[in-house]
Design a protein around this ligand. Sequence first.
Ligand code: AQP
Length: 328
Amino acid sequence: MARILSGIKPTGQLTLGNYIGAIKNFARVQHDGEPFIFIADLHALTLPIDPKTLRNNSRDIAAYYLAAGLDPKTTTIFLQSSVHEHSELAIILQNYLYMGELSRMTQYKDKTQKMDNNAIGLGLFAYPVLMAADIVLYDAPRIPVGEDQVQHVELARDLVKRFNNRYGDVLVMPKAEVTKVGKRIMSLSDPTKKMSKSDPKGDIYLSDDLKTMRKKIMSAVTDLGHEVKYDVVNKPGISNLMTIYSALTNKTMEEIEQEFANKGYGDFKRSVADALINEMEPFKARYEQIINSGIVDEVLKEGQIRASKAAKETLKRVQQAVGLYTLK
Ligand code: AQP
């Protein structure tokens, strides 16, 4: 069974974008591979974050993974920082990615746009190096991510090509698998922008209560006209709500257009809100049960053991390939 690798950064409250683009997708693919799903806590340090918030966010993500149905018996769920091989491999791999490549990454450019050069940490610049290490450490060919992370996976592919050309067949070539529906959920207040943890405007948070979720959907920005039609260029707001509805109900865009053919935006929004509540009510109840039990730490401990075992083997292979003198 091919390995699957992905994770989420505990930088803030998870959004509906993280749920549809990542978590729900992890739950879907978990049975047709051997998944390693982690909490990317080292990546969360690349911008200032309060230590208590980071700790709470990290536990939260583990609980959300479990609430979404990830089965810890078959899916290895772990904290990135609990497997020291991630950092060790990154130190080696940083020599195979170049400054020019790193400075062209969209996420780096976006995040540093308004920052003073003197305040940009090396970690933010080198983020894709650590992410490449995360990916190759588990010999995983399958990397399920939202669309915004594809560029980083492509860079990891360049690195693997470069590394293997020099040392032989050492690293497994990864490939991004983008969620079919919901690869980029947009902000509800500005549907031309990605719904993002770091930009709270127009977000639905998984921590929002059900009433707030409904209110946010009902007040989402829509477009001119009254037709429920999938047209990203001319109807970005309605198209975004259709994507959310489709991801929650498994209905195609054509089916949704037919369902609301003679109805207005109000009716459509009510149905989107109903579908969201329908899914979030039991999901949030499971989360509450999990977060208030000892299960999160148990799962993370077991995950650390299993992930470390896999990571050690790859790190050793890389160390030997580049000529580090490894002891038995
Ligand atoms: N809006 C989105 N639509 C679909 N997928 C999304 N993802 C994030 N936002 C959306 C996917 O969730 C996974 C984890 O993302 P991440 O937290 O590691 O990175 P991110 O996407 O860069 O995070 P944010 O939300 O922009 O906030 P910051 O940067 O502050 O943490 C990924 O698979 C991502 O594609």
